[in-house]
Design a binder for this molecule. Structure first.
Ligand SMILES: NC(=O)c1ccc[n+]([C@@H]2O[C@H](COP(=O)([O-])OP(=O)(O)OC[C@H]3O[C@@H](n4cnc5c(N)ncnc54)[C@H](O)[C@@H]3O)[C@@H](O)[C@H]2O)c1
Length: 397
């Protein structure tokens, strides 16, 4: 008989994991508090770009996957993964409300000997000091009567090369047994599994990975400003530097970072650093540069068409990165606000997002004073813009 796996949170992380686990032979129960999402998935429709309707229908059809809002269904699960959001609050502090609520719900239904695996991004110490006591209290079990592991997700939406199966996965456990058990589970789904010495090493590794990206993206954006002022094509600079076979990794210009990971996770690290009195100056500066990028492009737009007052501006691509519909933390929101504050009439086009902030995507056409290429989705046919002025945020001079 196949092992029953519960996956709490059926979003960008939980849904692909659920389908991959079901395809690998597990009986998967997805749990999500969003009733509309549950109904959509159960009707065989995908809610994310990287999974087709067919892939979801196939697992539902085989009886290997179902989604529900009912946590009680998890009482059959031998392994439970937690993949719920860990965003920032309005004052840019870690918001653990979804996470704590999910752990509490799990604690009330988990049986003896269940393996709980945390996949949500958290700051070091969270699995041991926050999750463990909640699970013990809610389940009325002692820590030696269940297993606890932490394994950060590395999903990169729309990345065709690195998928859930071939991206190596880090695994850590409260005990050696928890780690081995979690590791054996992932080995059935993922090609390479790496075991870490402690929960805290794995928790911090995830924050390091995303802080590294934030810092380097912000650095290349600052270098883009330097190159633009000198009339040097930054993309050609990056291409030339990338010929160095060691010690260099290319990052590419943009309007800033977005999504649920890169702008958020480093602030989980800085939050912990503040608590223990450790400096995080690189992250603080990178965060500041990143936040200034939309304002920089508002200034470039003003320069390009001699002021923005009463000008019609078309912003192209509003999601946080090309080829996804995810608008969480998108820097394009600050760009649009900045343009409006300067008196521009702003329209936006994005066939992946379609509706956003009560507005609808407009057609791609040349009837505007300026187009700003914010997020260059592959489907875009820029010839429709004719000879309209275009400001490219991706590094053209
Ligand atoms: N999106 C990414 O690319 C990515 C990559 C790596 C890691 N992560 C991390 O994975 C975690 C999940 O991110 P995501 O992008 O999948 O989020 P998401 O918003 O796409 O999905 C999370 C799902 O959890 C559901 N949910 C919220 N509270 C719940 C609760 N109490 N019980 C059950 N379901 C609940 C939501 O309805 C949503 O469908 C976060 O910690 C994130 O930092 C995300």
């Amino acid at each position: 008989m196949s092992v029953c796996v519960g996956i709490v949170g059926q979003g960008y992380v939980g849904l692909p994991m659920a389908i991959a686990a079901a395809a690998s032979g597990f009986e998967v129960i997805g749990i999500d508090t969003d009733e509309k999402k549950v109904a959509t998935i159960m009707s065989g429709r995908s809610t994310i770009e990287d999974l087709s309707d067919l892939e979801i229908k196939a697992q539902i059809g085989r009886g290997k996957y179902l989604v529900s809002t009912d946590f009680k269904k998890l009482s059959f699960a031998k392994i439970i993964l937690v993949c719920v959001p860990t965003p920032l609050s309005t004052n840019r502090k870690p918001d653990l409300s979804y996470f704590i609520s999910a752990i509490e719900s799990v604690s009330k239904v988990m049986g003896k000997n269940t393996l709980i695996i945390i996949e949500s991004t958290v700051e070091p110490g969270t699995t041991r000091n926050l999750v463990l006591p909640i699970l013990e209290k809610g389940s009325k079990l002692n820590s030696n009567e269940f297993e606890l592991a932490f394994s950060p997700e590395r999903v990169d939406p729309s990345n065709q090369l690195w998928t859930i199966r071939n991206t190596p996965k880090i695994v850590s456990g409260l005990t050696r047994e928890s780690k081995t058990h979690a590791s054996n589970f992932y080995k059935k789904i993922i090609e390479v599994v790496i075991e870490c010495e402690s929960l805290e090493i794995a928790e911090t590794a995830k924050l390091l990975e995303n802080s590294f990206r934030l810092i380097n993206i912000s650095f290349i954006n600052e270098l883009t400003i330097f190159c633009q002022k000198l009339n040097i094509d930054v993309n050609e600079v990056i291409k030339a530097a990338s010929t160095k076979p060691y010690g260099f990794m290319p990052f590419h210009p943009s309007i800033g970072v977005g999504g649920h990971c890169i702008p958020v996770d480093p602030l989980y690290l800085t939050n912990k650093a503040r608590e223990i009195g450790a400096p995080t100056r690189f992250i603080d500066l990178a965060d500041q540069i990143n936040q200034e990028m939309p304002g920089y492009f508002v200034g470039r737009a003003e320069e390009k068409i001699g002021g923005l007052k009463s000008k019609k501006v078309l912003v192209i691509g509003v999601s946080y990165k090309p080829n996804v519909a995810d608008i969480r933390e998108t820097p394009v929101e600050a760009l649009i606000l900045g343009l409006k504050n300067k008196g521009a009439e702003v329209f936006w086009h994005d066939d992946l997002v379609k509706e956003w902030n009560g507005e609808k995507s407009v057609d791609l056409s040349n009837k505007y004073d300026l187009a700003i290429l914010a997020t260059p989705h592959t489907y875009l046919d820029l010839t429709k813009l004719g000879d309209m002025p275009i400001l490219n945020t991706r590094g053209s001079i």
